[in-house]
Design a protein around this ligand. Structure first.
Ligand SMILES: Cc1cc2nc3c(=O)[nH]c(=O)nc-3n(C[C@H](O)[C@H](O)[C@H](O)COP(=O)(O)OP(=O)(O)OC[C@H]3O[C@@H](n4cnc5c(N)ncnc54)[C@H](O)[C@@H]3O)c2cc1C
Length: 148
């Protein structure tokens, strides 16, 4: 007898289970996974990038929460003093526009993300102000660097 049965033990299923139990530890909850090898699961195949660079507030908020969880994962998922294991590295994202229309969208996103408190830089013009001098990109209009 269960209060909740979650079908699928990928990221969403496990996250839902975790957050439900965190909220209500007495819940009788089961996660049903048809392939414990996760061979074909999107979670196992993903690039595992957690960026905050979005154009909607809700997505930025969700990703910030993801950063918080993954950043503190070893402590958060510790069991009997044994830390959770996760190779989580923080590094930047670089987006490059190919057209003036994309560059315009980037400028708008940059303004929005800056207003949202994101650490994002707009690198206008060829060479991106030298920050991305290791890249040789001909014909691009704008570069946007996201250090988080
Ligand atoms: C190549 C690739 C790269 C990606 N890169 C990123 C990235 O960098 N950053 C990012 O945020 N997202 C990325 N994603 C997206 C992200 O991986 C998915 O959004 C996320 O993993 C989906 O999780 P999920 O739990 O919904 O699905 P899944 O991980 O697919 O889990 C679903 C689970 O349900 C199980 N299942 C299905 N049917 C049943 C059933 N009837 N009974 C029991 N179990 C069942 C499956 O076996 C599977 O394990 C990427 C996706 C792909 C494919």
């Amino acid at each position: 007898m269960h209060d909740v049965i979650i079908i699928g033990g990928g990221l969403h299923g496990c996250s839902t289970a975790y957050h439900l139990l965190k909220r209500e530890p007495s819940l009788r909850l089961a996660v049903v996974e048809k392939d414990p090898s996760y061979e074909h699961a999107a979670s196992a195949r993903s690039n595992a990038g957690v960026r905050i660079l979005f154009s909607q507030e809700e997505n930025i908020q969700m990703s910030r929460y993801g950063h918080e969880v993954y950043g503190g994962y070893t402590e958060l998922m510790a069991i009997d003093g044994v830390p959770g294991q996760l190779d989580f590295y923080r590094h930047g994202y670089l987006f490059i526009s190919n057209t003036e229309a994309q560059a315009e969208q980037m400028r708008a996103n940059h303004a929005f993300q800056t207003a949202m408190g994101c650490d994002v830089r707009l690198l206008d013009g060829p060479g991106g102000g030298g920050v991305v001098s290791m890249l040789s990109c001909r014909g691009d209009h704008r570069r946007r660097l996201f250090p988080e």
